[in-house]
Design a protein. Structure first.
Lengths: 330, 110
């Protein structure tokens, strides 16, 4: 059965010129551009092989046929059981294909082996392609290039990250300093408004009840009292829940007695002071101070002093509008 | 019949056993597969042309696969592996198409 024949992948086999020339022109045209003389294409390969062998024999004995070129291949076929010629040979062709597929032979075993190998290889390859992606089969240079690209990209991103972090730090410190400045300004504003008397205030302090039955407490006494309280660290002073003592507070003697900031004050006068309670009490009780002056023979009044944990001063002064002074620009 | 059984057996074995090639041979498998396909098509064409012999088929199959892999391996050694593998795939692809055309003409006369 194995017969020396051209390789299957070697294109057209080197066929005999005679065989080609022996075919009619129409048949040649119908064949594959004259490249493959599919003589007896409808035949089973075995039959065709037998035919070729016969033709070879005929070539060796040219006397067998006077003019081989005139003869059709079919004419030399002794077994006339093969139906059909080219063109009308489809059923025979397919039948021989089916027969070759169905009938076991050595070819089949061999082909099965080879096909099995190829199928296994394809499955392996498909598996490895789908399992781990492109990198496992990539070449070293490609991988290096890929890696280079990636590291360059990561360097770029790191730079960007550093820049962004720097920006964030700057913004944060900016926001911090702005917030600090605002807090400072706010506390300063509160401080100043307490000092100027434009804001209510509360805190520890003392409350004085000055009883003056004879109306002898005049502006001088009151001014001295306020000065002494301020000396002792009084931060907020309020008289009778109506007058908040500020920088421009004045004391005068009206017809009905004491007048502070235009408000007449009647006995008893309540003085509320925010500051260190102990120091404030000392400031009014020292010898020659407010208490001794009022309880003395000249006034003959009484002074009650109580230390309080929480003194609330609600009275405010209208804010001063400066006409001439303005802050020095920094 | 046996051929089809062999084909199915190969697929089943590949799926079940999950064989793995050593990593150094991994890049040559696709090329080898293409070469094997070329050999198969060439075998089919030879069968249709009644020039099929199993010895030639087996030898051409093995040599095709080995030579294709060898070419790519040499290309890898001298630094033109990807280009050479592309070239091999192109050439084998052309041959597959030629063989397929011949088979088609034989079977359908078209």
């Amino acid at each position: 059965m194995p017969e020396p024949a051209p390789g299957p992948t070697a294109g057209g086999p080197p066929r005999s010129r005679r065989a080609r020339s022996s075919r009619p022109a129409t048949e040649r045209n119908s064949a594959d551009a004259g490249r493959h003389p599919s003589r007896g294409g409808g035949l089973d390969p075995m039959a065709r092989r037998a035919q070729r062998r016969r033709e070879r024999d005929r070539e060796q004995a040219p006397a067998a046929s006077a003019r081989p070129g005139d003869a059709r291949p079919e004419d030399h076929r002794p077994d006339g059981d093969r139906p059909g010629r080219d063109g009308s040979a489809e059923p025979g062709r397919w039948a021989s294909l089916a027969r070759a597929l169905l009938v076991p032979s050595r070819h089949q075993v061999l082909l099965g082996l080879v096909l099995g190998l190829v199928a296994m290889g394809v499955v392996m390859q498909v598996r490895s392609q789908s399992a781990d992606d492109t990198y496992s089969t990539a070449r070293r240079t490609d991988l290096i290039q890929l890696l280079d690209g990636l590291s360059a990209e990561s360097r770029r991103l790191e730079d960007e990250l550093a820049t962004l972090e720097q920006t964030r730090r700057e913004l944060e410190t900016g926001a911090d300093s702005e917030r600090t400045a605002r807090q400072e300004a706010q506390s300063r504003l509160e401080e100043l408004s307490i000092l100027a008397g434009t804001a209510p205030a509360e805190g520890p302090g003392i409350r004085l009840h000055v009883t003056d039955p004879q109306g002898k407490v005049n502006a001088q006494v009151m001014l001295n009292a306020v000065e002494e309280l301020r000396d002792a660290g009084a931060e907020v002073i309020e008289l009778d829940d109506t007058v908040r003592v500020g920088t421009s507070t004045w004391f005068g003697d009206g017809p009905d007695g004491l007048v502070v900031d235009g408000q007449p004050l009647q006995s008893p006068i309540v003085v509320e002071v925010i500051g260190d309670p102990h120091a404030l009490e000392e400031a009014v009780r020292f010898r020659g101070g407010l208490v001794s002056e009022i309880t003395g023979p000249q006034v003959e009044g009484q002074v009650g002093v109580e230390q309080l944990d929480r003194v609330v001063v609600d009275t405010v002064r209208p804010p001063t509008v400066f006409q001439h002074a303005e802050p020095v620009p920094r | 019949m046996i051929a089809i059984i062999g084909l199915l057996l190969g697929i089943v074995l590949g799926v079940l056993l999950e064989p793995t090639l050593p990593a150094s041979l991994q890049p040559y498998l696709p090329i080898a597969i293409v070469a094997a396909l070329d050999a198969l098509f060439g075998g089919a064409r030879a069968w249709l042309e009644a020039t099929f012999t199993d010895k030639v088929f087996v030898v051409s199959f093995v040599s095709n696969v080995l030579i294709a892999a060898l070419i790519v391996w040499v290309g890898d050694q001298i630094g033109v592996g990807s280009q050479l593998s592309t070239g091999v795939v192109v050439v084998l692809g052309i041959r597959i198409f030629t063989n397929a055309a011949a088979i088609r003409r034989h079977l359908f006369h078209a």
